[in-house]
Design a protein around this ligand. Sequence first.
Ligand code: 13P
Ligand code: SF4
Length: 302
Amino acid sequence: MSSIVDQILREKEKQDAVILAHLYVDGEVQEIADFCGDSYYLSQMAQKTDAKVIIFCGVEFMAESAKILNPEKLVLMPDRAADCPMAHMATVEQVQEFRDKYDDLAVVCYINSTTELKTVSDVCVTSSNAKKVISNIPNKHILFIPDQNLGGFLAPQFPDKEFHFVDGYCHVHHFMDPEQVKTLKAEHPDAKVACHPECNPEVRALADYIGSTTGILKYAADTDAEEFIILTEIGVAHRLRLDNPDKQFFFPETRPVCPNMKKVSLEKVLRVLKDHKDPIEVAPETAERAKKCLLKMHQWGG
Ligand code: 13P
Ligand code: SF4
C-alpha cells in the first residue's frame, strides 16, 4: 500500500489538479501543495493556473474567490466546513447605510469576506496589497470591511482620507494578549517582533515589523537576527523553521491556532480528490458582480 502522499500525488497528476495551500494549514498539507503562501499569492496562483481542478487547502472565502476567478474549473475544498468567522462580520445592510450617508464612499473589502459582501464592494484587498490598492482610490471616504484591525493599521497611512469601520475581527489575532508578548520580549530581549495586521492595536504597538503572512516569512529570512517573536497563526512556524534552520522562533503562550485552517488534513485532500464531493458553486450573476472587485485588486495590487 503506497503512502497517502504518494496516492495524493498520483491522483493529482491523473486529474490535472493543482493544490493550493495557505500557510496556516498543517505543515504536512503545505508539503504536498503545488503553491503555498498568503491569501494574495494564492489568489494570483488561482487566477493563473491552467489545471482543470483546484484543490483549495484553506477556508471558504479563499476557495470561493478561486471559483469566481475560474468559473469553468472544478474547485474543491478538503473540508467544506472550514469557514472564516470574520468573513461574515459585516452585512450588506451596513454597507448600504454607509453608502446612503456618504456620496463619495469607496467600499474596500478585505478578501476575508463572503462573496455576498464582495458583490456590494468596490475593490478587494489582502494584507499584502492593501496599501498599494488604497493608494489608487480617489475617494475621500473609505468604508473598510470587515476587519477593524487591518483597517486601523491602514488608516493612519492615509491621513487625507476618512476611514469608517464595522467591528469585525479575526479571533485568532484579535485576542492575542499584549502581556504575553511583553513577557516573550523580556525573555528574548534581542528578538525581533513580526506581527500580522489582524492583531489588536496593543499587540501591533509592540512589533518591529507588521505585514502579511508572506511578509513575515520574508522579514524573518532577510533580517539579521537570530531570534524572532512571531505574532500570527502557528502554521507559519513550519516554513519559518524549514527556511531558517539557524534561527529561533517564539509564539505567545496561548498558541494562536485557527481551528478552521486546521480542519484540512491529508486524508481529506485524498478523499476530495477521489470523490469530488460538494464542489464550490457560485451563481453566475453573483460571481460576475463579485469578480469585479477581485479583478480590480489584481489590477491595482499586482
Ligand atoms: P494573509 O494570508 O493575507 O496574511 O491573511 C491571513 C489570514 O488570516 C488568512 O485567513
Ligand atoms: Fe479567519 Fe483568522 Fe482563521 Fe484567517 S486566521 S481564516 S482570518 S479566523
